[in-house]
Write a protein that binds this ligand. Structure first.
Ligand code: DAT
Ligand code: MG
Length: 139
């Protein structure tokens, strides 16, 4: 995967709150092209593996439980400076600190139920994209 791609998940709160369309609209309006997308639910094993880097953090158990609590939308997005521009579009982890107009400022409920995931580096974007999608699912 090239450096102009990032990986996102619309988290269970976004689906529960009926925000799939609104959030995808913000993403495409910001100039991101959807290269791959699926509506799915993470198993406990998948969520633990995906968030392995946070295994020692006190919120890890809560995070895994939450991310497996309902369906998500996973997608690979493409745009120049995708990783950095997408982090700007989603805003800070804690919606109370997220800049006005960002996805998390608009739609996140809390630091845990924070609407969307965005990769934090080109390397992780590639790893996370490959975690969820086969090469044949990328267009
Ligand atoms: P981000 O998703 O902004 O990259 P992160 O990688 O530090 O944030 O954490 C991953 C996810 O873990 C985050 O989206 C929500 C959850 N999380 C982080 N810090 C938390 C906390 N203090 N309490 C509860 N959940 C937290
Ligand atoms: Mg992160």
């Amino acid at each position: 995967m090239a450096t102009n791609r990032t990986f996102t998940m619309l988290k269970p709160d976004s689906i529960e709150n009926g925000n799939i369309g609104n959030i995808l609209n913000m993403i495409t309006e910001a100039g991101f092209a959807i290269k791959a997308m699926k509506y799915t639910q993470l198993s406990e094993e998948q969520a633990k593996a995906f968030y392995e880097v946070h295994a020692e953090r006190p919120f890890y158990g809560e995070l895994v439980e939450y991310m497996t609590s309902g369906p998500i939308v996973a997608a690979i997005l493409e745009k120049e400076n995708a990783v950095s521009d997408f982090r700007t579009l989603i805003g800070a982890t804690d919606p109370a600190e997220a800049a006005e107009g960002t996805i998390r400022a608009k739609y996140a409920e809390s630091k845990g139920r924070n609407a969307v995931h965005g990769s934090d580096s080109d390397e992780n974007a590639q790893i996370e994209g490959e975690f969820h999608f086969a090469a044949t699912e990328l267009f």
